[in-house]
Design a protein around this ligand. Structure first.
Ligand code: 2P0
Length: 338
């Protein structure tokens, strides 16, 4: 069984230089989570094609979600030069339809489970001996979904765009032990998003704000790394928020006018800022390509922050997670992917 956690980006991957080669326009940085993960098992099958079920429901290759998954499986088989077919079952630890994107953990776990089965590896060490270390796993999972590559390592992870598609690199910048960051995910809307991230990446480069974003990002990236190095939560937080708002400004100002942050998102952020000031809370927000809000803070802030949020909003749905170790792989001797 392959277990791969989700990640939350501090500096966002938003825009591709080359879609086919999954080459991003900029470096990104994220925190690998712990409790929000996908578990996937793979078994060898004599069937003529792969099969895949998510949370107990089979996904057809011609469905919107399924097409991307089966394409990735054929890509992996081609990379390994194998004609073996596999039967996958996959589960998310977080509730389905909670509005949390699962492509990073999903494609990460799919890649890891497939490679373990193709190479008959029973743990990460055996897989590494077969030539698939974390960097190679990141490189392969990126083709399924870009953000998945950052989930192949724990702690705080950098995805460097590099000067060519081939020189992209994923590396851990800080271990989990460096800083006890937590993520309170405030679920404001649990319906699936109308615009896919892939459409968002395509539209990003057409925004009139995109060139300025590219100019400013290297400095923002370096300052954020400095803040993480110094564990300076307030400096970190201001940069985190600046980056999230900038990514969403780019999305909204593209030709297509993509809107991921909704009225509810803005209303919540305004209220949160008021509460932060009133109670002196050291917590900061970021948003992915969706309406929900991630509040990032140190472990010592979680209890108080949760209490204050529940006092203000009696019905608020909050998922709690923290910085994590990265993927794991355990395969029993009986069959692959137990
Ligand atoms: C990120 N997102 O860095 C950014 C922030 C969403 C907002 O990476 O087309 O699903 O599969 O490579 O990885 C979402 O994009 O896109 C994403 P594909 P992916 O986490």
């Amino acid at each position: 069984m392959a277990q791969v956690p989700s990640n939350i980006a501090f500096i966002k991957y938003w825009g591709k230089r080359d879609e086919k080669k999954q080459w991003p326009t900029n470096d990104s940085l994220s925190m690998t989570l712990s409790g929000m993960f996908t578990r996937t098992t793979a078994r060898l099958t004599d069937a003529h094609d792969f099969s895949f079920a998510l949370n107990g429901t089979p996904l057809a290759p011609d469905s919107a979600k399924g097409a991307k998954i089966y394409r990735h499986l054929h890509f992996l088989a081609h990379e390994l030069g194998t004609r073996q077919k596999l039967d996958f079952t996959s589960f998310n630890s977080f509730p389905t339809a909670c509005g949390i994107a699962s492509s990073a953990s999903g494609f990460g776990a799919l890649t890891l489970a497939a490679l373990a089965a193709f190479t008959d590896s029973k743990n990460l060490e055996e897989l590494q001996q077969q030539g698939f270390d974390a960097k190679k796993l990141a490189q392969l999972s990126r083709h399924g979904s870009g953000s998945a590559c950052r989930s192949m390592m724990g702690g705080i992870v950098q995805w460097q765009a590099g000067a060519t598609p081939e020189s992209q690199a994923v590396s851990q910048l800080f271990s989990r032990e460096h800083w006890d960051l937590n993520d309170l995910i405030v679920i404001l809307d649990d319906t699936p998003k109308a615009v896919s991230s892939s459409d968002g990446h395509r539209a990003a480069v057409k925004s009139p704000l995109f060139a300025e974003r590219m100019e400013r990002l290297p400095h923002r990236f370096a300052s954020l790394v400095e803040a993480i190095t110094a564990r300076d939560i307030d400096k970190f937080g201001l940069l985190l928020e600046e980056e999230a708002l900038n990514m969403h400004a780019v999305a909204e100002s593209s030709d297509e006018g993509l809107r991921y942050m909704t009225e509810k998102t803005h209303a919540f952020i305004n209220k949160f800022k008021e509460l932060r000031k009133r109670w002196g809370l050291q917590a900061y927000f970021t948003c992915d390509a969706g309406p929900n809000v991630h509040l990032i803070c140190e472990a010592k802030t979680v209890e108080n922050l949760t209490k204050i949020l529940h006092q203000e909003y009696t019905q608020l749905k909050i998922l709690h997670d923290e910085i994590g170790e990265g993927p794991s792989l355990q395969v029993a001797d009986q069959g692959i992917g137990q």
